[in-house]
Structures are given as structure tokens and as C-alpha cells.
Design a protein around this ligand. Structure first.
Ligand SMILES: [Zn+2]
Length: 92
């Protein structure tokens, strides 16, 4: 155990099983810092801690689909505005 983790508890990430260290008062953490940023932070805007903890996979899948739908919509809007360019074949 490295010096910086003294007094910390070894935890296992619920998503991907990554090992990480948490302070003894942070045992509510069920995700490693990377997964926390990637999954928990965006979901926490619309869901409670309990919901995320019990339903992480399903909620994230839903969130990801929404994000994809959003970027499709934006691409469509760009197309309508003339800001969207298709690949142009270059002829020499
Ligand atoms: Zn993780």
C-alpha cells in the first residue's frame, strides 16, 4: 500500500471492477474516480444517488441514447442551415 493511501479503504468500482481507495467516510462511493466523472456526474443531474446506484447500466444507456439523438438533431440543424458539409471528392 502506498503512503498516500494510508488510512484509506480499498474499494471496488461497480462499473468495470476497478480498484480504488476511498476515505473511511466515503464508503458510499461505488465508482472509481474515472467512472464517477463519466457516469455519475451526468446522471446525477436527473437522478438520485439510490437510482444511479441500483440502475447504473440502464440509466447510462438511456442517457447515452439521448446524447446521440441530440447530436443527430444538431447535425440535421446544421444541414438545414447550410453549415453541414458532406465529404467532397477531390478530382485532380
Ligand atoms: Zn471504474
Amino acid at each position: 500500500m502506498s503512503k498516500g493511501n494510508k488510512g484509506k479503504i480499498k474499494m471496488k468500482c461497480q462499473r468495470g471492477g476497478h480498484g480504488f481507495f476511498a476515505n473511511p467516510d466515503e464508503t458510499w462511493k461505488f465508482l472509481c474516480p474515472d467512472c464517477y466523472k463519466k457516469y455519475y456526474v451526468p446522471l446525477s443531474k436527473t437522478h438520485s444517488y439510490e437510482e444511479i446506484k441500483n440502475n447504473l447500466d440502464a440509466l447510462y444507456e438511456e442517457y447515452r441514447k439521448k446524447q446521440l439523438a441530440l447530436s443527430d438533431k444538431q447535425a440535421e440543424e446544421y444541414e438545414n442551415d447550410g453549415y453541414y458539409f458532406d465529404w467532397v471528392e477531390v478530382k485532380c
